[in-house]
Design a protein around this ligand. Structure first.
Ligand code: KIV
Ligand code: ZN
Length: 526
């Protein structure tokens, strides 16, 4: 737990990519994927990882438990509603863990109380206090959130914060749950809390802003200006609806403008680029090109006047060096002449620590890629590693063996696909379709016999050039749940086959993880 006295000039970075981020429509991660992300968040140096919502499904419970056991450094936190069964599940998932936090929340605004909770203010206040006391019986580090705080009567909010701090909450988090606020108003709300909650000095004030009006980052920073010392958010701005504050933007704002914010973070900013790409790959959400800090154009200067100034002195048009957020590697390339040691060293710099038994497969895949692509840069390596992880994570499910297509403007597109199936057999089939990708998906359907609807299909080139890897993202829907799949290959039809099979594998794995869940389907979210 970060000590309250240490937080005078330090902002605690609370990452909720694995909880609120996973609530992004069409996300849905396996336990192994969450662990991989959690290890990278630890390398990034976040203070707190909200690893999931333990009571929401057996898969989430297992992810929280394993992350708490295996990831060293950050405090590991799990969310729980202010109900006994949720808090008990949270306590159980974190059992025996030294740096553990339970984050309990309840709605506070009259809109929520009237329409959702159907309880009065007094009853809600009692539930909040009881929840904090119960959480406290499991861990010392308890965070409380009054949901929809920015639309809550401030007088009721102050009273609730005072009561939960008295009950033992060590962090009080102020969510702008629906992204309704603006910097002036939200800053004033935080100021009001410091002025009106008598025991506020006994807790860290945190904020959790959503981005419905594009204000999440600005609102979080306004809160910091007014004394908040924990900011919650997600890498790449993931999260429910329009997402949460993009942590990389908040971090780089305070790191770039210490003169203004007068605070620091414990973040290793050079890990931002790696973290962003890993999360984008695993979630299957590409980062928009002009996204601040992590977009591929974030450090590119294209206008003549800008280039001229930049070449004379980079500070004319650059406020951060790309190097400080981990973009340096773009200029480093590997080729088919590169050796195993060079590949291993570069991957290690990108955050992939390979075991001896893994390097052989990765090196073989690298050589295959290098045969088709002259220069391989960091973006290719991230795509290659994601492909390797997808294959490893789904080893006991379906794998694409071969894909052959016949297509053109004078023939009916036809695909022959061979899959390696979970029972160890290889099965092949041949189907026609409206195009080569449709034919491939139909062939896969006729082997797997799974009734899914393909709802999204997109192809991106990983790098520039005609020999670029094609990175395909596919989303499928079954029983109201959306699953994403991704595949990379220099042949985009093969990449599509891999992505479609990956989406089906993830559906099967997440379904198996959550088998026996008592929660509602789709899995319960906030
Ligand atoms: O947006 C929100 O209010 C939340 C709470 C659970 C903190 O995610
Ligand atoms: Zn949220």
């Amino acid at each position: 737990m970060v000590n309250k006295s240490e937080t005078e000039d330090r902002v605690i970075i609370f990452d909720t990519t694995l909880r609120d981020g996973e609530q992004s429509a069409g996300a849905g991660l396996t336990v192994e994927e969450k662990l991989r992300i959690a290890h990278q968040l630890a390398r990034l140096g976040v203070d707190v990882i909200e690893a999931g919502f333990a009571a929401s499904s057996p898969g989430d419970f297992e992810a929280v438990r394993r992350i708490a056991q295996e990831v060293k450094g950050p405090t590991i936190c799990t969310l729980s509603r202010a109900v006994a069964s949720d808090i008990d599940a949270a306590g159980k998932a974190l059992e025996g863990v030294k740096n553990a936090r339970i984050h309990t929340f309840i709605s506070a605004s009259d809109i929520h109380l009237m329409h959702q909770m159907r309880k009065d203010r007094e009853a809600i206040m009692d539930m909040a206090v009881e929840a904090v006391k119960r959480a406290k019986s499991y861990v010392d580090d308890v965070e409380f959130s009054p949901m929809d705080a920015s639309r809550t009567d401030p007088v009721y909010l102050y009273a609730m914060l005072e009561a939960v701090i008295k009950a033992g909450a060590t962090t009080v988090n102020i969510p702008d749950t629906v992204g309704y606020s603006n910097p002036e108003e939200f800053g004033a709300l935080i100021k009001g809390i410091f002025e009106n909650v008598p025991n506020i000095k006994d807790a860290v004030v945190s904020v959790h802003c959503h981005n419905d009006l594009g204000m999440a980052g600005a609102n979080s920073l306004a809160a910091v200006e007014n004394g908040a010392r924990q900011v919650e958010g997600c890498i790449n701005g993931l999260g429910e609806r329009a997402g949460n504050a993009a942590l990389e933007e908040v971090i780089m704002s305070v790191e770039t403008r210490p003169d203004h914010y007068k605070v620091k973070t414990g973040i290793d900013t050079k890990e931002i680029g790696n973290t962003s790409r890993m999360i984008s790959n695993i979630f299957g959400f590409p980062v928009q090109y002009n996204k601040a800090i992590v977009g591929r154009n974030a450090f590119r200067h294209s206008s003549g006047i800008h280039q001229d100034g930049f070449l004379k002195d980079r500070t004319t048009f650059e406020i951060m060096e790309p190097d400080t957020v981990g973009w340096r590697g773009e200029s480093l390339v590997l080729t088919k002449l590169s050796g195993r040691a060079g590949l291993r060293a570069r991957l290690s710099e990108l955050g992939y620590r390979l075991k001896d038994d893994e390097i052989a497969n990765v090196f073989a895949a690298f050589k295959d890629l290098a045969d088709n692509k002259a220069e391989i840069d960091d973006r290719d390596l991230h795509a290659l590693m994601s492909e390797q992880h997808r294959v490893a994570d789904t080893a006991r499910t379906y794998q694409v063996e071969t894909v052959h297509v016949v297509c053109g403007n004078d023939t009916s597109p036809e695909a022959t696909v061979t899959l390696h199936c979970p029972d160890g057999e290889k099965r092949s089939t041949n189907q026609h379709g409206t195009g080569p990708v449709d034919a491939v998906c139909k062939a896969i359907d006729s082997i797997i016999h799974m009734d899914v609807e393909l709802t999204e299909f997109s192809v991106n080139a990983v790098t520039e050039g005609i020999d670029a890897l094609g990175d395909v993202t596919i989303r499928i829907e079954k029983d109201g749940n959306v699953y994403s799949g991704r595949g990379a290959d220099t042949d985009i039809v093969v990449a599509s086959a891999k992505a479609y099979v990956n989406a089906i594998n993830r559906l099967l794995m997440i379904g198996a993880q959550d088998a026996g869940s008592e929660s509602t389907t789709p899995k319960e979210t906030v």
